[in-house]
Design a protein around this ligand. Sequence first.
Ligand SMILES: CC(C)(COP(=O)(O)OP(=O)(O)OC[C@H]1O[C@@H](n2cnc3c(N)ncnc32)[C@H](O)[C@@H]1OP(=O)(O)O)[C@@H](O)C(=O)NCCC(=O)NCCS
Length: 188
Amino acid sequence: MSKGDTSAVILCKPTIERLSGYVAALKRGWSPSTHEDISQQELKRIERDAAHFIELQDDREAKGEPVRLRDGSFVPRLPGFRRWMWDGDFAGIISLRWQPGRGELPPWCLGHIGYSVVPWKRRRGYATEALRLLLLEARAVGLPYVEITTSEENAASQRVITANGGVLVEKLVTAERDDELMRFRIEL
Ligand SMILES: CC(C)(COP(=O)(O)OP(=O)(O)OC[C@H]1O[C@@H](n2cnc3c(N)ncnc32)[C@H](O)[C@@H]1OP(=O)(O)O)[C@@H](O)C(=O)NCCC(=O)NCCS
């Protein structure tokens, strides 16, 4: 497939039927989190209760566990959902979270959207297309804009964001990350 051919990738809701593709990616060492390896934690959660795991992938009522910050404190989970990039098999993940009724995020949450493509399917345009598709869903939620924060060293992620209309808002350093960050905004 040529790099420009993104027609092969769609976003789908996580389902039990497709879970084996997600599990296979975790077992190959891919992690859905961009700043820590949570593949083993994810595998344990799935093993414990696969149906519950799938249910929490679409968590618009924020029923999931509180989020643990780097300093050990806990903050309430925000409403959100995950979508799987799918090209006939699992290709990556993209997620959206928000604060009900408003655009702005609490200070501890760096961005509305996160994404990760499995290493063996990168540079095919999948992340760029996945973000384009997720922005349609973010509009449907009623958000006026989304913010996405990426590392200053992550040229690929910056390209994904600017290709989708992202404009740099600020550069920042936070207690949650070691690297310098860039926060972009996309008006919806
Ligand atoms: C960042 C990431 C999601 C990009 O996924 P992808 O599907 O390979 O991205 P695309 O194929 O849509 O490429 C987007 C652009 O980045 C460029 N790019 C991709 N990988 C690159 C790399 N390693 N170095 C430099 N540029 C790169 C592409 O050429 C493309 O540029 P173009 O639009 O000018 O042609 C992927 O590398 C990844 O999952 N990284 C780990 C997780 C991560 O960093 N997530 C982002 C957190 S904010």
